[in-house]
Write a protein that binds this ligand. Structure first.
Ligand SMILES: [Zn+2]
Length: 239
């Protein structure tokens, strides 16, 4: 299949709006012909200037004057060429539903483990609405495999996505979980376990980090992205 035909197929499989919403994009309002307006994630937008047409699968930003389809959006948001954007979208469509189930599991576990909520409070994250909106969870280190296999995933699905180890254990065990694009960031509560990303999904954040030449890049990038998306949040930096 040619790259052009592959791109057409991918666009049919991944509606632009679905992808944007998975990146926490929220429309500010609906306008004529079912089109939506919201803040533009491609530039530092203060008032909604991104126009999205879900029927045509196209966007245009009146602020930074850029537009196109879902592939163009990934090219711009990740600063990658066309072929790499296709690969990111393929990965996103493959692991999207599995990761969504994993995130729900971890969110539920956060409510059952007061030590994780206490750690968040100590870091200045106390509002439950914010925790809910950011989909923060906790990996207690058990039950993940059984839960997911009960939902129909095979052990090899879980291993390929990197959510369980070769032995079938929770790869994020004993960490707070911050969902990212096609990946999870696991923040250790103490010093016993290192912070961790899923091994397979080095798309968005890692590409982004290449352009951030500073120490503690991971935590500062996570913090910056989250404060941009959630202006009420001020995560204190732990060095
Ligand atoms: Zn823009």
């Amino acid at each position: 299949m040619s790259a052009h035909a592959a791109a057409q197929l991918l666009k049919q499989q991944i509606p632009l709006l679905d992808y944007l919403v998975s990146q926490q994009w929220q429309p500010a309002r609906r306008i004529a012909r079912g089109r939506l307006i919201g803040l533009c994630p491609l530039h530092d937008d203060r008032q909604p200037s991104l126009l999205v047409d879900p029927v045509k699968g196209l966007f245009y930003c009146y602020g930074c004057a850029r537009g196109g389809d879902v592939i163009r959006f990934v090219e711009l948001s990740h600063s990658v060429p066309f072929r790499e954007a296709l690969a990111i979208l393929r990965r996103w469509s493959g692991v999207g539903s599995l990761l969504s189930d994993v995130v729900h599991f971890y969110q539920f576990q956060l409510q059952r483990h007061p030590e994780a909520a206490a750690y968040l409070a100590q870091r200045g994250v106390r509002q439950s609405a914010l925790v809910e909106r950011m989909r923060i969870g906790y990996a207690p280190g058990r039950c993940l495999r059984a839960h997911l296999m009960g939902r129909g995933y095979s052990l090899s699905d879980l291993q390929q996505a990197g959510v369980v180890t070769r032995e079938g254990l929770d790869a994020m065990a004993h960490r707070l979980i911050f969902p990212l694009e096609a990946n999870l960031y696991g923040r250790s509560l103490g010093h016993a376990y290192p912070h961790r990303f899923l091994p397979g999904g080095k798309g968005g954040l890692y590409l982004f980090i290449r352009h951030v030449p500073e120490r503690h890049a991971v935590s500062s990038v996570v913090r910056r992205r989250q404060t941009r998306r959630f202006p009420g949040l001020r995560l204190r930096c732990q060095r």
